[in-house]
Design a protein around this ligand. Structure first.
Ligand SMILES: C[S@@+](CC[C@H](N)C(=O)[O-])C[C@H]1O[C@@H](n2cnc3c(N)ncnc32)[C@H](O)[C@@H]1O
Length: 474
């Protein structure tokens, strides 16, 4: 089959995430024709074959496709926050160098702008306290970044005095001084497929995600979650931030700007006063600063989750737990894995573990009805009736069609001798059950691996309604 443009688009998106939105296909067409003619008139099919197997050829084509537009001190408000607020605060609160990553750094202007600003602020101490790294998928543009030789086009709006202080003019070009150039280490990396480690305190990922579709941006967020320190900050370009709010990282507003950080967990906060600032061993991060680890893909996690659910259904809990741990080792904040972990603990009567997992889910998503249902059940089995009522009420409020929540709420009312609310709630449960059983589809389900058999529960509701006293104090 002769590959069409769609086949090339798929290959490129799968490898590096770049998505050719309508209007950008012309760029891909032009790049393909350029490479095919430079290589000596191969057919489309031959070129596709070559591209699939040769990383060198892939890189050459990629260099024609990436949009490397950048300049010094672009969107300076974020650079000010990083250099004037976050870096000083981080240095005060803990030891060790502050590690910054300019991801999708292109020809290096963003990373060097940070280095210049930090040099202005900290002078020679800066080298000891801050590491700056830049990474990009495009090897060719990284050569330019390392050489740090720029035309006047890179200095749009830069103060001429600052330009004179840090650059030496050579004809039409401006060479960055070594005092700054040597402070940034550049590395080729694909941020969609690789995690750069050790973790970073600050990541700038500006004007890169606009070339990715939603699915790729979500995958990217899971990588970033792993790459970001617990107290770290991740900045997108000003116009990109809201389009990147997937609830994976937490959006925070500080110093008049938005950035993303790790979701809230029960991690203990280090009190700032206990940690004194100290000078850190100088770091010259030019040689091999990163370990690029292969990330198990989102599909891999999905397949582990599916297998885990099958194991839970067969009551093979140990196997299910192993699979869930594999998912959580990849992504400690995987919401569905945490829910399943909580449900397995419930099946094993480990109610405290159920509550821990459910609360972790609520820290990620305060509207998780699954987590609230798990908490209700864990409280119920521990005889904490009032707390169970409170959780089941919340589920009923959020998911009025989910009959198991109504049923257990009715049970809790009955145990508390609140007979009228119990009757009312059993009746609602019955109505929902009857409606569900007369339909082929399920009316309302939660993503919980717990099975509630409709027939048994209908019998129980009818039985309780027949038994309940008709009078109570309500
Ligand atoms: C428009 S530039 C942004 C430069 C700089 N961050 C700024 O805001 O001025 C986008 C850069 O992202 C890089 N890029 C695109 N996909 C990437 C990927 N999967 N991994 C790393 N870099 C990528 C491109 O090569 C390009 O140099």
């Amino acid at each position: 089959m002769i590959p069409n443009i769609a086949a090339f688009k798929t290959l490129i998106k799968d490898r590096v995430g770049l998505h050719f939105f309508k209007g950008m296909e012309g760029l891909l067409n032009a790049a393909l024709h350029q490479r095919i003619s430079e290589r000596g008139k191969e057919s489309f099919a031959e070129y596709y074959e070559k591209l699939s197997v040769s990383t060198t050829e892939f890189d050459k084509l990629l260099s024609l496709l990436t949009i490397n537009e950048t300049y010094f001190f672009r969107e300076p408000d974020v650079l000010d926050i990083v250099c004037d607020k976050l870096v000083p605060r981080m240095l005060e609160q803990r030891s060790g160098p502050v590690r910054i990553l300019s991801a999708g750094c292109s020809s290096g202007e963003e990373a060097y702008s940070l280095a210049i600003k930090l040099h202005q602020k900290f002078q020679h101490k800066f080298a000891d306290n801050v590491e700056i790294h830049g990474c990009d998928i495009d090897s060719k543009i990284l050569e330019k970044a390392r050489s740090a030789n720029y035309s006047s086009y890179s200095f749009r709006g830069v103060d001429p005095l600052l330009q004179q202080t840090y650059f030496t003019r050579n004809g039409n070009q401006y060479q960055l001084h070594d005092v700054i150039r040597t402070k940034v280490a550049f590395q080729r990396a694909n941020i969609v497929k690789e995690q750069l480690l050790p973790k970073f305190d600050i990541i700038l990922l500006r004007n890169v995600s606009i070339y990715f579709d939603v699915e790729t941006r979500r995958t990217l967020h899971f990588n970033l979650l792993t790459m970001l320190q617990p107290e770290g900050a991740l900045f997108f370009g000003n116009a990109e931030t809201l389009a990147n709010n997937f609830g994976i990282l937490r959006l925070k507003q500080e110093f008049g700007n938005f950035y993303f950080c790790q979701p809230k967990t029960s991690r203990a906060q280090i009190p700032a006063t206990e940690v004194k600032p100290r000078l850190i061993t100088p770091v010259i991060p030019v040689e091999a600063p990163f370990i690029a680890a292969k990330v198990p893909s989102a599909q891999q996690c999905d397949s582990w989750i599916k297998k885990a659910l099958a194991c839970v259904a067969d009551k093979r809990f140990a196997e299910a737990e192993t699979l869930i741990e594999m998912v959580l080792n990849t992504d400690i904040h995987h919401q569905q894995a945490l829910v399943i972990k909580g449900a397995i603990a419930l099946e094993k009567c480990e109610f405290e573990q159920t509550a821990v997992s459910a609360k972790q889910v609520l820290a990620l998503d305060e509207w998780s009805a699954e987590a609230k249902m798990l908490l209700g059940l864990a409280m119920m089995w521990q005889q904490h009736t009032q707390q169970a009522i409170a959780w089941f009420k919340q589920v009923v409020y959020q998911q009025p069609g989910y009959w198991p929540a109504h049923y257990y709420l009715a049970e809790m009312y009955r145990q508390s001798e609140l007979y009228r609310p119990a009757q009312r709630t059993y009746r609602i449960t019955l109505q929902l059950l009857n409606a569900e059983m007369s339909r082929a589809d399920n009316a309302c389900t939660l993503r919980l691996p717990l099975s509630f058999l409709s027939h048994s529960f209908r019998f129980l509701c009818e039985h309780q309604l027949a038994q309940l006293p008709t009078q109570d104090g309500q």
